[in-house]
Every structure is written in structure tokens, then in C-alpha cells.
Design a binder for this molecule. Structure first.
Ligand SMILES: O=C(O)C(=O)C[C@H](O)[C@@H](O)CO
Length: 264
């Protein structure tokens, strides 16, 4: 029996839109609720959210039973973290701060078993192999692993052409927030110079034949990226959705009740 099919990997390879949402609330209950919303993928954020391996596993377990595909972002693209996440059952990884082709090649090696890569062999203990129930896991796992590189600073943008030549990288994601900061526009991901750089990178990624992705709450940028052929587009963040609606609920409730009180 082979490793589980990765529908997200095959969808972006065909250029099919995959609509995503960022999960930063770091809780399996939230992941379960979000999985019912209809997103094609949900990003379990180990970089900016209080996730650790256990909380990531708990969210992977919840999402395994749902249609939304789990994409996991580690805090950094180190081999040992990648090994742990793959053994935990993550099949799609989004690696932050990729700045060179050499780094991209190291990431490909980290998701590939020897002799072509360096991924440690531990499938006998791993959730990824259904605890060794998947007999052909070792020889089929790589075909269903989707490796996404995040380019999100000027160094990475300069190296983008070379990164795009690295076999084994399925897609490149542009991070507008970090790119804006590195370009001198911290907190201004919507600055025209940043948007121009983002759209130019998306165009280049699509032209290379790899999948292009982004997270942006800016609807104009979302549609512009889609028009350029971007496929994995995250349009929301659970934390901002929740915080924004909680603030609105508090304000509306106070206005209503104070108005009622004054009407008495
Ligand atoms: O640089 C970016 O933009 C991203 O990588 C996404 C952010 O990390 C995410 O936290 C939203 O700001």
C-alpha cells in the first residue's frame, strides 16, 4: 500500500485554484471548525503562532478526516524539524525565508530519503506511515510530499530565478509582510513598490512552471495574483477574523445596551 495521495500537490501542479486560510489560533478545535468552512487548504503556522510538534500533530489528526488539506509551516527550514513534521504526517510543507538555490536544494534533500536525500528513516514509529501499516511508505512517500518555498526578502527575490530552477520544489510562496519590511516598508505590505515586486515575482514563478502562492487580505492583490496564474492563495487568517469580530461584538453590544439604558 502506497503513501496517501496528496490532493493539494496534484491540484497546484495542474494550476487548479486552491483557496486557503491561515490558522494561528493553534488549537485542534479551531482547525476542526475551520475545516468545515470550505477552504481547500489550511496553514498550520509553526512560525508565528504558538504551535509546537504536539499541537501540530493534534491539528493534523483533526484535518485528516476533513476535505481541507493541511499545510504546515515550521519556524525555520532545518532538516531535523522537517524530519519530525514529515514523520508526524505532514505531507505539504511551507518553508519560510528561502533565500538561495542552495538552501532550496537542501530542503529538497531534507524531504527525500537516501540515497537521493537525507531524510532520516523512522517510518516504523511514524504517524506518516500509519505506524508502519503503510507497507510501501518508504518507497512512495516522496511522490506525495509537496514542498513549498517562501521567498520573502530582497535576497530571496534576487535569487528567485535560481530557486525556480531547483527540481523538487513544487511551488514558491511570496510573503508580502516580510518582503515589505525588508524593502523598507514595514507594516505596509500594500505599498505600491511592494505590490509591484510581489506581482512580478508571481508572474515569474508561474512562467517557470512551478505553482505560485501568497497570503494576502487585500482583495485587489488576491485577484491580481489569481489573474497572473497563482494557484495557492490564502485569503484569511483565523486570528484576525476572530479578533476583529470579537471587537465588533463588544462594541455593538455596548452601544445597544447603553442606548437601551439611556432610553429607560
Ligand atoms: O511575509 C508574509 O506575509 C508571510 O509570510 C505571512 C505572515 O507570516 C503571516 O503571519 C501574515 O502576516
Amino acid at each position: 500500500m502506497p503513501a496517501p495521495r496528496n490532493p493539494f500537490k496534484h491540484a497546484i501542479a495542474k494550476g487548479d485554484l486552491q483557496l486557503g486560510c491561515w490558522l494561528g489560533l493553534a488549537d485542534p478545535y479551531i482547525a476542526e471548525i475551520s475545516a468545515g468552512a470550505g477552504f481547500d487548504w489550511l496553514l498550520i503556522d509553526g512560525e508565528h503562532a504558538p504551535n509546537d510538534l504536539r499541537s501540530i500533530v493534534a491539528q493534523l489528526q483533526v484535518l485528516a478526516a476533513r476535505d481541507s488539506h493541511a499545510v504546515v509551516r515550521p519556524p525555520i527550514g532545518e532538516t531535523w524539524i522537517i524530519k519530525q513534521l514529515l514523520d508526524a504526517g505532514a505531507q505539504t510543507l511551507l518553508i519560510p525565508m528561502v533565500e538561495s538555490a542552495a538552501q532550496a536544494k537542501d530542503l529538497v534533500d531534507a524531504v527525500t530519503y537516501p540515497p537521493h536525500g537525507v531524510r532520516g528513516v523512522g517510518s516504523a514509529l511514524a504517524r506518516a506511515s500509519d505506524f508502519a501499516a503503510i507497507g510501501d511508505y518508504l518507497t512512495t512517500a516522496r511522490d506525495e510530499i509537496c514542498l513549498l518555498a517562501q521567498v520573502e526578502n530582497q535576497k530571496g527575490m534576487v535569487a528567485l530565478d535560481d530557486i525556480l530552477k531547483v527540481d523538487g520544489i513544487d511551488g514558491v510562496f511570496i510573503g508580502p509582510s516580510d518582503l515589505a519590511a525588508d524593502m523598507g516598508f514595514i507594516g505596509q505590505a500594500g505599498a505600491s513598490g511592494v505590490k509591484t515586486a510581489v506581482l512580478g515575482a508571481i508572474e515569474k514563478i508561474v512562467a517557470s512552471g512551478k505553482a505560485a502562492g501568497i497570503l494576502t487580505l487585500d482583495q485587489d492583490l488576491q485577484t491580481s495574483c489569481r489573474k497572473l496564474g497563482a494557484t495557492f492563495i490564502a485569503t484569511e487568517i483565523d486570528v484576525t477574523l476572530f479578533a476583529r469580530n470579537m471587537r465588533k461584538a463588544s462594541s455593538d453590544g455596548r452601544k445597544l445596551l447603553l442606548t437601551e439604558q439611556s432610553a429607560v
